[in-house]
Design a protein around this ligand. Structure first.
Ligand code: GLP
Length: 241
């Protein structure tokens, strides 16, 4: 794993945006694996700016997002589809038909997950996967559990995740209790992975991810086994190492 130590969130966003920009330039029809949460927002802002300056063309790019809340409509302000449209896709020249996110409205979990795995397969896999890190070590919505997951699956969100994500909702009771997420195996099959971690609140879990044992109790620890991971972390996130 390559560790890229940066000063702060701004620096982190620029470094990650540079890697994504290079990927899109080198392979204009690449498949980007994208993430939600606060961590990638600065990256999306920079990529939008570079697109608007004429330096970045997304017309041939496809995207596959990690996860979606089960039960939320795409136009629900808390859905990850809404997040991706408003924070990124609406501002670049991407073909929205080639931006994929699990279907939160599909009540049949088995079908939703099977359909999403088929989409990933049809796209030929992910060239570059962008990841954030949950406070309990989750990636996507792969929560700590007894075994690493394989393909897309439906998860019961942990208390820690509901608690962390309630800031985006009117109240904690509004946070959906389940989500569809790409599995660990699918994430590990990405050719390249870029992880962005910022802030002191992530310092303890980042130490476990980088220095602890590889265990499904800390899902992101599995990244130690991937051949091409760039971990971009700011000083605050690295403060316990
Ligand atoms: C959510 C998302 C993850 C994200 C994580 C961290 O639960 N499902 O993909 O990485 O939160 O979010 P943040 O970047 O806001 O800390």
């Amino acid at each position: 794993m390559k560790l890229c130590k940066v000063k702060d969130y701004k620096d982190l966003s620029r470094k990650a945006a540079n890697i994504i920009q290079a990927q899109v330039i080198l392979k204009p029809d690449c498949v980007l694996g994208l993430a939600t949460g606060s961590s990638p927002v600065g990256i999306y802002e920079i990529l939008i700016e570079r697109h608007q300056n004429g330096d970045l063309d997304f017309s041939e790019v496809s995207t596959i997002n990690l996860d979606e809340y089960k039960g939320l409509r795409p136009d629900d302000r808390q859905s990850y589809r809404y997040f991706m449209n408003t924070k990124f896709f609406d501002h670049i020249n991407i073909n929205k038909l080639r931006t994929f996110i699990p279907n939160g409205l599909e009540e049949n979990s088995e079908k939703a997950c099977r359909d999403y795995d088929k989409i990933i397969e049809d796209c030929g896999g992910v060239d570059l996967q962008l990841l954030g890190l949950g406070h309990n070590g989750h990636i996507g919505f792969n929560e700590p559990c007894g075994a690493f997951s394989c393909g897309t699956h439906c998860v019961d969100l942990s208390f820690s995740t509901i608690n962390a994500n309630k800031r985006f909702f009117d109240s904690e009771t509004d946070v959906p209790r389940q989500a569809y997420t790409m599995g660990i195996r699918s994430i590990m099959l990405s050719k390249k992975i870029v992880v962005v971690v910022s802030g002191t609140d992530k310092a303890a879990i980042l130490k476990k991810v980088l220095c602890g044992p590889i265990t499904p109790q800390v899902p992101a620890s599995v990244l130690q086994l991937h051949a091409d991971v760039t971990m971009i972390a700011d000083q605050a996130a690295l403060s316990q190492i």
